[in-house]
Structure formats: structure tokens, C-alpha cells
Design a protein around this ligand. Structure first.
Ligand code: ARG
Length: 456
């Protein structure tokens, strides 16, 4: 092989990280071959022993890589043959690198998804822990980034928990389609050797076997799907990061970020920069790019294995690495940041956050919505001119807008009055928020227990 081609076609520089999954797959494959009479018990024992030996050398980084051996599969097989001679030459019976790489990748993605799920749960728990800490704190909710209505801070945290729960749902759903065994598809048509695919699948903890040997080696749907799932997580983290960057500015003054996750400036001594959040926002771009790369890579490929598929690994690995790190950093930032309750409440009078509930109080008294909307709009104009909140308008000013004004309408005014008047399910009424918190506590606790009972 030409040197330039060797350098061009090698994948060991990035697929070496599949070694544990490759060895696990090979041991399962050999175990099945033995049960089917294609290896003797002694041969299996030797293969298993030597594969574990190779794994230990890889663990210790005492296993040199050579680009002429191309990929992780060839490296391991080559070392096996070096150690065992003809016995080592039997491992690749009824197997091709095409079904082998598909198997390795599925095992790797399955592990990756499990790690992501743990991290997502950890982040949900971090937001949940804030709900108790920030109980009773009222913040403005924004639409169009303009002050809209008052909500409990916990209501905000619960909103993030919802997003992360959907992410966990997508992880679980994706995992079901990942957890299918390709091994035994061989190169493309299956094999004439008497293998037992279901046994191998069982040994590797796969739910079932992939149904069609041609589809097997070309199918990378699971890779794209997992990267999409990660992209959605990236989008959620990016939006959260942006929000907290804003909230931590002097202009907002809502949040103090933990200094150990911030950096200083080399020239402006007073600066505390939210770099972790900025990078979280920025790194989501990489994952979006990775998704685009994978989609482009697969577009138009004819059936079965094509070497293009080797290029699936860098974007796949990078997406998992990136999102796992973002999640790892997000949890302590969420736990350790401090809500600046006084700074927030000192400005809750600004922005007429109670305007909507005042309008709804009118509606409850039979005034048509459009008319009530108009009334409140006119009152806000008066209040703005005088530089006061709605609650400070006089009864006479209210009557100027609606002669039948009833002072009991005032109970909907003020930020607390607005919060207390919410009643729709899922609203920011303190009782509803308490219910949500309770529901999430139960759910996340049982998820934690289920995870703790599985091995990490
Ligand atoms: N390194 C290859 C990949 O990642 C493994 C499969 C190679 N198969 C082949 N027929 N050349 O896709």
C-alpha cells in the first residue's frame, strides 16, 4: 500500500477508543463460535485470555499503534495472531469488519447514551434542588425578552426540568433502536457457517438481532439519531447558558455565578466572565455541525458497507464528548449559583407585570377581553406618565377608564396578587408549583434509585 494511502485511510487515530467494545464483541463472538462447534473449548479459552491480555495492554497504553494496520479491529486481531498463531486466525470466522464495526459502534453509543442519561438526571436534580433554595422568590417572566408576568423562580427551574425530561425520553427511545445486534450479518449476505446470532446478541446484552444482512452494514441511523438527541440537549443547554449569562450581568443583577466556573480578564481587574456558559453556548454549534456532517456523509450511499462510513466516528465521538462535558459542568453551576433575591425584588414594580391579571379580573366580571385589554392599556399609559405602578393609581383614575370600576379588582394587582390569582394547571400559582415540585421529587428519586441499582 502506498504510504500516502496508508495515512489517508487509517482510522486507528480515532477508532482506538473502541477497543473495549471491540474486545467485548470478539469474546462474545468467540463464545458463540465455540458453542456452535467452530472453536474448541481450549481455543476459546486461549482467545479469551489473550484478548484480555491485549485489553490490559491497551489500558496501560502499552500497545503501539501502526497506521499500516489501519483500524482497531486489525490491530487487535494482529496482536492476537502474533500471540496465538493459527488459533488467533480463527477468531474472524463468520465475521467481517463490516458487522464488527457496526457492533462496536452500537455498544459504544449504548454506553454513551447511558452516561448522557445519568448526566441529564443529575442536572434535573440540580434544578430541583434550587426549587427549595429559592422557594418564594418571584422573578419576571419574559416574552420577547420584555418583562411579561411575574412567576416563581422555581417555576423557571421546573421549566428546565421539563426540557431535560424530554431529552431523557429521546435518549431512552434512541437507545431502543441502538440496542440491536448486527453481528452475524458478516460482509453483506450472511454466512454459510452454522452461527447462532441470537446467542451472541444475548451475550452482548442486545435486545434482539438486526433482521437483514444487507441493511446491517449500511445502517448508521442510530448514529445520526443519537447525535440528533445530543444536538437537542446542546440547544437546551445553549438557551439556558444564554439566559444565565444575561441574568448574571450587572444590568439584570439576578444571578451570581460561582467564581470557580468563571474567568478573569488579563487587562480589566474587576471582570468575572461567564466563560463556561459562553462555551456551552458555543459548543452546541459543534454538535449541530456534527449532525450536519453525518447527514451529508450518509446521503446517497448505496446499500451495504462503503468506506465513507469510517468517517462517521469523529463527529459521533465529538458530539458525545462535547455534550457530556457541557452537562458535567452545568450541574454544579446550577447548584452553586446564587439568585440575587433582593436585587430582583427591588425592581419587580417595573414593567407592569400585573397588567395581565388585572385584565383577567375585569374579564371575570363580564367585561369582554378586548375591552378589558384596552382598559388596562389605557391605565398603563397613565401610570407610565406618572411613573408609578398600577397599584398606585387612584380609584378616580380607574373610574376615568371604566366608570363601573369596583375596587375589589385591586386584589389582582401587585406581583404577589398576580401570582396568587393564577389558577390554570401548570401555572405559576404557588400551589401548582408545589405540586410540580412534589411530582418531580417522586419521579426523579425513583429514576435515581433505578440508576443506582444498575452498574455505572
Ligand atoms: N475502519 C472501518 C470503519 O470504521 C472498519 C470497517 C472496514 N471494512 C472494510 N470492508 N474495509 O468503517
Amino acid at each position: 500500500m502506498d504510504d500516502a494511502l496508508a495515512r489517508f485511510s487509517e482510522s486507528i487515530s480515532f477508532d482506538h477508543r473502541l477497543y473495549k467494545h471491540d474486545i467485548r464483541g470478539s469474546i462474545a463472538h468467540a463464545t458463540m463460535l465455540c458453542r456452535q462447534g467452530l472453536l474448541t473449548a481450549d481455543e476459546l479459552a486461549a482467545i479469551e485470555r489473550e484478548l484480555k491480555n491485549i485489553e490490559a495492554r491497551l489500558d496501560r497504553r502499552e500497545f503501539p499503534f501502526r497506521i499500516e494496520l489501519e483500524d482497531i479491529h486489525m490491530h487487535i486481531e494482529h496482536a492476537l495472531i502474533e500471540a496465538l498463531g493459527d488459533i488467533g486466525r480463527k477468531l474472524h470466522t463468520a465475521r467481517s469488519r463490516n458487522d464488527q464495526i457496526a457492533t462496536d459502534l452500537r455498544l459504544w453509543v449504548r454506553d454513551g447514551l447511558d452516561q448522557v442519561d445519568r448526566r441529564l438526571l443529575e442536572l434535573q436534580l440540580a434544578f430541583l434542588s434550587r426549587c427549595d433554595r429559592d422557594a418564594g422568590v418571584i422573578v419576571p417572566a419574559y416574552t420577547h425578552l420584555q418583562r411579561a408576568q411575574p412567576v416563581l423562580a422555581s417555576h423557571y427551574w421546573l421549566a428546565y426540568i421539563e426540557k431535560l425530561e424530554r431529552d431523557r425520553g429521546r435518549v431512552a427511545d434512541c437507545r431502543r433502536r441502538v440496542n440491536i445486534c448486527p453481528l452475524g450479518g458478516a460482509a453483506v449476505a450472511g454466512t454459510s457457517l452454522p452461527i447462532d446470532r441470537r446467542y451472541t446478541a444475548e451475550l452482548l446484552g442486545f435486545e434482539t438481532i438486526a433482521g437483514n444482512s444487507i441493511d446491517i452494514s449500511s445502517d448508521r441511523d442510530f448514529a445520526v439519531e443519537s447525535v440528533f438527541v445530543l444536538t437537542m440537549i446542546g440547544l437546551h443547554l445553549s438557551g439556558w447558558a444564554e439566559e444565565w449569562i444575561l441574568w448574571s450581568t450587572t444590568e439584570f443583577g439576578f444571578l451570581k455565578l460561582p467564581h470557580r466556573y468563571c474567568t478573569g480578564s488579563s487587562i480589566m481587574p474587576q471582570k468575572v466572565n461567564p466563560d463556561t456558559l459562553e462555551l456551552t453556548r458555543g459548543k452546541s454549534a459543534r454538535v449541530i455541525g456534527n449532525l450536519q456532517s453525518l447527514l451529508s456523509l450518509l446521503k446517497g450511499l448505496p446499500l451495504a458497507y462503503n468506506r465513507d462510513l469510517q468517517e462517521d466516528k469523529p463527529p459521533l465521538f465529538d458530539s458525545f464528548d462535547t455534550i457530556l462535558t457541557c452537562l458535567e459542568l452545568a450541574a454544579p453551576i446550577v447548584r452553586e449559583s446564587e439568585l440575587q433575591a433582593e436585587s430582583i425584588s427591588s425592581r419587580m414594580d417595573e414593567g407592569y407585570l400585573d397588567a395581565t391579571t388585572l385584565m383577567e379580573a375585569w374579564i371575570q366580571r363580564g367585561v369582554p377581553q378586548r375591552t378589558a385589554h384596552h382598559h388596562v392599556g389605557a391605565l398603563v399609559a397613565i401610570a407610565k406618565k406618572r411613573g408609578v405602578p398600577l397599584s398606585e393609581l387612584t380609584d378616580a383614575e380607574f373610574r376615568q377608564i371604566d366608570p363601573s370600576f369596583d375596587p375589589s379588582l385591586r386584589s389582582s394587582l401587585s406581583v404577589q396578587g398576580a401570582i396568587d390569582s393564577y389558577r390554570s394547571e401548570g401555572s405559576s400559582h404557588p400551589d401548582h408549583v408545589a405540586q410540580q415540585i412534589h411530582r418531580w421529587k417522586l419521579h426523579l428519586e425513583s429514576c435515581s434509585m433505578a440508576l443506582a441499582s444498575k452498574s455505572p
